[in-house]
Each structure stands twice: as C-alpha cells, then as structure tokens.
Design a protein around this ligand. Structure first.
Ligand code: SIN
Length: 329
C-alpha cells in the first residue's frame, strides 16, 4: 500500500514539474511557450480574483523559465492591476517620475498618446530604446506589469531580449572581460526627452543622477548570470568614452540579436509581466500615431544593486586624476 502511494506521489511530482517546464494543463493554469528565447502565454486564470499560494508558485516558476508572461483577456481596473502586481512584491510608487503617474494610484505609470490636460501626453514615446526599467536608479525594478487598454489597428508592439542568453553566448574571453565590469546608467539617455516638457525633464534628471551597476548580475532567484546593459548606458567605469563606445555597441547589438528576442503584438486586455533582471525591452513606434495606444504599468521594487556615479568620482586616486588631465589637455 505504501509503495502504491509512493508511486502515485512520484508520478504527480513528475507531471507537475513537466507542466511547469514544458507548458501544460494542471487544471489550474495553462502555460504555452510563445518564443524560443522568451515568452509564454498563461491562461486558465482570472486575475480579478485573489490567487492562492500554489497558483502563485506556479506563476513564479513559469516566470523564471519564460521571463515574459502574457495573460490575455484580463480586463483589470487600475486598482485590480495594483492588487495582482502586489503578489510579486512591493510596488514602486513612481517617485522617480512623479509627473507621469496616475494621481489616484501612485503605483500606476500611464503610458499613453491620449491628449492629456489639453496637451500631447508626455509619455507617448516611453521606452523607445532598449532598456530595463528604472536602471537609472540604485534600486531598479525587479519586474514590470503592462496592461493594454487601447491599441492602434496595427503595430505599437513591444520586444524583449533574453539577457541570460546574451551572456551565455559570449566567448569565454568576453565573459571574463565583462564579469568584473561596471556601467554608468543615465536617465538623460532616455530616448525622446527633447520632445517632452523641459521643466518635467529637468525634474526627472534632478531626481535621477547617473548611477553605476555591474554589467553582469546574478539573478537572485534563478542563480543564473545575465548581462545588465541597454541603450541608457553611457560607458564603463575606468574606461574612456572612446573605449567604452565600441564595446557597448557590440554588447547591445549582440544582446538584442533576433534569436534572443520575443516580439509581442498586443490585443486589448493583454497583461504582460516581465523580469527586468534578465531582459531588456523596447516599445516600437511602428503605428499610426493618430490612433490611441493606452497602457498602464506597475513596477515591482527591486533590490539595491547600484550606487551613485558621483560617489565613484569622489574617491579619485592619483592615477585616475592624471588620466583625466591627459584626456582634456
Ligand atoms: C516600457 O518601456 O515599459 C513601455 C513599454 C511599452 O509601452 O510597450
């Protein structure tokens, strides 16, 4: 009898693990891969309802495997999105970009091209270069959840690139080189700032001086190494601008190679949840801008992985000072 129960239990664990790893139906949620490198669709769940611990465990396992989870058909209010997002950690209240949040729900960033207060919306061009959310702060977002409320007839797509694969497919020599490297992330490199209200941009920059993060980060939950870069990086610590530029260009181009990318074509009520610790993403302007694209986003707070760039500058040693003098003379 004991053996029978043991066999049933082992079979159950086998099926359970297979469901999480390959996609499959456990009668709870169904996970279907959408791309080779990134992405899975999750169905069989209504996110308006609270989720239990087992479902949360399944979602986390699917998230760590597929990095981007698409939940179609989730017509959530702002409050419901906030409530669901909180299952995965404390939420960022957009204090780093206070001008762009929903005044009634600080956790919601409104990404829209709807006319707002009689003016073109300030967030209509959000995310137009490859980046990872809030990397220009010392506590970058761990994850983000983006809900499509209104969309153009075609386009307005978003792409994500797998930064584990980007790291793992570098040569051993390059991996060794980047392992100890640190990079400067700068909010002034957010694309399209020149088209925003200068006063609001000044506030954004004042609140977000450049910060330094490791170029390779170990994901705290999967233990895997991922590149942490993007197009909001201005250079590497200890390297001149001229030296940094080609290395950065190579690494960013490599990381966003088509084979590492998933491209999502939105439908209204798609909720997409992604892991900023092992992905970069970009919002494409591939649509008729006279049509509305209206999205709401929450960000899950991450751990501190950076420090202020100016702290780095304060402890200059003699050799660095001499190099700086040489660079300007
Ligand atoms: C973002 O960069 O978080 C926005 C992505 C999008 O609007 O598609």
């Amino acid at each position: 009898m004991y053996q029978l129960w043991q066999t049933i239990f082992i079979n159950y664990i086998d099926i359970y693990q297979k469901n999480l790893l390959d996609g499959g139906d456990m009668g709870r949620i169904f996970v279907k891969p959408l791309g080779f490198a990134v992405g899975a669709e999750v169905t069989g769940i209504d996110l308006k309802n609270p989720i239990d611990d087992l479902t949360k465990h399944e979602l986390l396992a699917a998230w760590h495997k597929h990095l981007v989870l698409v939940y179609p058909g989730q017509s959530l209010s702002h409050e419901e999105l906030v409530r669901f997002s909180k299952n995965f950690g404390a939420l960022d209240e957009n204090d780093f970009q206070p001008n762009y949040r929903d005044p009634d729900n600080k956790e919601i960033l409104v990404i829209t091209n709807k006319i707002t207060n009689g003016k073109l919306s300030e967030t209509r061009n959000t995310g137009r270069n490859w980046h990872t959310d809030l990397s220009y702060t010392v506590h970058p977002a761990k994850g983000s959840l983006l809900l499509c409320k209104q969309k153009p007839i075609v386009g307005g797509d978003t792409m994500w690139a797998n930064m584990y694969l980007a790291y793992e497919t570098l040569s051993a020599g390059m991996r060794k080189f980047v392992d100890g490297l640190e990079a400067v992330h700068d909010a002034s490199l957010i694309k399209g700032l020149s088209k925003r209200d200068p006063e609001k941009v000044a506030t954004l920059k004042k609140l977000n001086p450049p910060v330094v993060h490791p170029v390779v980060k170990t994901h705290p939950e999967t233990g895997k190494k991922a590149l942490y870069l993007g197009q909001r990086v201005s250079g590497f610590i200890g390297f001149s601008e001229d030296e940094s530029e080609p290395i950065l260009k190579f690494l960013n181009e490599h990381a966003t190679s088509p084979e590492f990318v998933y491209r999502h074509r939105w439908s209204v009520d798609d909720l997409v949840m992604w892991d900023n610790r092992c992905l970069v993403h970009v919002a494409l302007p591939d649509f008729d801008q006279t049509q509305i694209r209206h999205m709401i986003r929450t960000s899950i707070k991450g751990e501190k992985t950076g420090y202020l760039f100016e702290e780095e500058n304060q402890g200059l040693d003699k050799e660095t000072l001499l190099q700086m003098i040489a660079a300007v003379s």
